[in-house]
Design a binder for this molecule. Structure first.
Ligand code: THG
Length: 258
């Protein structure tokens, strides 16, 4: 499984402050810590509600790639902020994200093509997030076919069924699993999938337990990638054990240490 760290996100107070103060040392140490904890890629999000989005993302990308060459997952709903991040990026790029909205796909697929980026496709559109698996799969299909019109093959996409907080939408957790299974029937070879895992436990108690239980369910359903809290050691053990049970890693008695 591709492990993407969720933690370089302005939503976290300390990170938001470091971005405001352009504190390179804090961000660079934080980035290296994520990789030490097992991140293969870093999600970079400058946080909501700032008026310096493009400049902040440009700085964040440059600051992180000064200390690592892992792939960067540029996470913003703003087209200008996305463009600034992608243009600054020399590492492998994951655009996070487009939706099924035509105006977003028309802006982001050409950007992805020009900069050889993978693209996360959120199954939502101007009407919001559908509440059943079939509509999510329909939107995933629309994004796959539209990407192909821009010469982006399905293997460059990561389909995201959009995990919802269990506290607010309890029926959605299983529907997201169902959507993931449907996505994998839309193409041969099966398209890759990704989720923002911690969404599920937003506002809940026992966050780590909810996150890792749901992760086990998602891994069982074939999840390819996760934006996760890599500093949660128990969660990382579920990932390693999942890789073992899917026979992606060779079994040995000491597999957690290996
Ligand atoms: N899909 C894709 N990208 C995403 C998401 C997704 N990016 C953002 C998000 N969802 C995944 N990342 C996070 C990061 C933080 C939290 C949840 C998901 C989180 N933060 C604490 C909170 O809101 O309670 C902040 C706590 C703090 O301030 O310390 O839970 O679904 N493609």
């Amino acid at each position: 499984m591709l492990v993407i760290s969720e933690r370089i996100n302005g939503l976290f107070t300390a990170v938001g402050k470091a971005i405001d103060a352009r504190d390179s040392k804090f961000i660079q140490e934080h980035a290296l810590k994520q990789i030490e904890c097992g991140a293969h890629a870093l999600d970079l999000n400058v946080g909501p509600g700032r008026d310096d989005g493009p400049a902040a993302m440009d700085w964040l990308v440059r600051t992180v790639q000064d200390v690592t060459d892992v792939p960067l997952c540029i996470d913003t709903p703003g087209i200008k902020t996305m463009t600034a991040g992608v243009k600054a990026c020399r590492n492998k790029i994951i655009i996070n994200s487009t939706t099924a909205e035509m105006k977003r796909m028309q802006a982001l697929f050409p950007l992805a093509r020009e900069h050889d980026a993978d693209v996360i496709c959120l199954t939502m559109d101007e009407r919001g997030i559908p509440n059943d698996a079939e509509s999510r799969a329909e939107m995933a299909m629309l994004m796959m076919t539209t990407a192909m019109e821009y010469d982006i093959m399905p293997d460059r996409l990561l389909l995201d069924p959009l995990v919802m907080p269990i506290k607010a939408a309890q029926d959605q957790a299983v529907k997201v699993i169902k959507a993931m299974l449907l996505f994998q029937t839309l193409n041969d070879p099966a398209p890759r999938t990704v989720v923002g895992l911690s969404n599920v436990s937003n506002g809940a108690k026992e966050r780590s337990l909810i996150n890792r239980t749901y992760l086990g369910m998602l891994i069982g359903a074939g999840l390819s990638a996760g934006i996760v809290d890599v500093q949660d050691a128990d969660l990382m053990e579920v990932i390693k054990t999942g890789e073992l049970l899917r026979a992606e890693k060779l079994y040995c008695d000491d597999f957690l240490r290996a």
